[in-house]
Design a protein. Structure first.
Length: 255
C-alpha cells in the first residue's frame, strides 16, 4: 500500500477545499413523497457533519508527538474542515427547502459521547473509516432517492470528498496496525471487523427509510458494507508487511 506523507494530505485538502462543484443558483425540486422519505435522515446526517472536531484534533496532536510527525494535526484539521463544509452545504439545502436544522439526534448523540471520551488515534481512525464507508452508501442513496438536481450536486461533491477521506484514514490505520506484533494484529483485525459490522447495523436501523427510498434493501446495503470492509481493512489490505516484526511509523512514512 502506498503511504502518503502528512504534507501531501495538507496540500491535497487545501486544494480540494477550493473546488466549487455545486451550482447554488439551482432551485430545489423536491416532491412531497421524496421529502417525507429523506428529511429525517438528511437532518440527522447534517447534524453529524457539524462537529468541531476538537477531540479528534487533540488525539491527533498527542499521536503526532509520539511518532514525530508534526504536520499530521494540520492534515487532520483540514480533513475536519471538509467535513464541516459538508454540514454547511446540507444545512444550506435544508434552509432552502424551509426545513429546520435539528440540534439533537439519538445516533449523533451516541457517537458524540464515544468521541468525547476517546483520545486514542487507532480508535478514532477506525471509527472514522467505518462512518465514512457508510456515508458513501448513504449519500449515493440520498442522491438516488430524489430527482432534485441541487441535492444531487451536493451529494456528488460529498462523495468525491469521502473517497479521499477513506484513503487518508485507511493509510493511517495501516501505519498503526503495522506497528503491532502478530498477536495484537490478530486481535485488532477481529476487533476492527466487529466494530465495522455493528456500526453498519446501527446506521441501517437509523436510516433504513432513506436507504429503501434509494432502492437499497437491507441485503444490498449490508453486502455493500461488507465489500467496503474488505477493501479498507480486509486481511489482504492490512497484512502487507513482509513479516510480523515491529515496523515504526517513521519507517513507513519515509519508505
Amino acid at each position: 500500500m502506498k503511504i502518503h506523507t502528512s504534507n501531501y494530505w495538507i496540500k491535497y485538502f487545501a486544494a480540494n477545499l477550493k473546488q466549487e462543484r455545486i451550482d447554488w443558483r439551482l432551485t430545489p425540486q423536491l416532491m412531497p413523497a421524496e421529502r417525507a422519505n429523506i428529511l429525517k435522515s438528511l437532518q440527522a446526517w447534517q447534524l453529524g457533519e457539524t462537529s468541531e472536531g476538537e477531540h479528534l484534533l487533540h488525539a491527533s496532536k498527542k499521536y503526532a508527538h509520539t511518532i514525530n510527525d508534526p504536520e499530521y494535526p494540520d492534515a487532520v484539521k483540514l480533513f475536519i474542515k471538509e467535513e464541516q463544509k459538508h454540514g454547511n452545504n446540507l444545512g444550506k439545502y435544508l434552509d432552502l427547502i424551509g426545513e429546520e436544522r435539528i440540534k439533537k439526534d439519538w445516533g449523533d448523540s451516541m457517537f458524540r459521547k464515544i468521541r468525547y471520551y476517546n483520545t486514542n488515534m487507532e480508535l478514532w481512525t477506525l471509527a472514522v473509516i467505518t462512518v465514512e464507508s457508510a456515508a458513501q452508501i448513504f449519500y449515493q442513496a440520498l442522491k438516488d432517492a430524489t430527482n432534485c438536481s441541487l441535492l444531487g450536486q451536493i451529494c456528488t461533491d460529498i462523495l468525491i470528498d469521502e473517497a479521499a477521506h477513506i484513503t487518508f484514514q485507511r493509510e493511517r490505520l495501516y501505519i498503526i496496525f503495522s506497528q503491532k506484533n502478530a498477536f495484537f494484529k490478530f486481535t485488532a483485525y477481529h476487533a476492527y471487523t466487529c466494530f465495522f459490522i455493528c456500526t453498519s447495523l446501527i446506521v441501517w436501523i437509523a436510516h433504513k427509510n432513506l436507504f429503501k427510498a434509494g432502492k437499497l434493501s437491507f441485503s444490498r446495503y449490508f453486502n455493500k458494507m461488507k465489500s467496503k470492509l474488505r477493501k479498507v481493512m480486509g486481511k489482504n489490505q492490512l497484512y502487507q508487511t513482509q513479516d510480523n516484526t515491529h515496523v515504526s511509523a517513521k519507517e513507513i512514512l519515509t519508505a
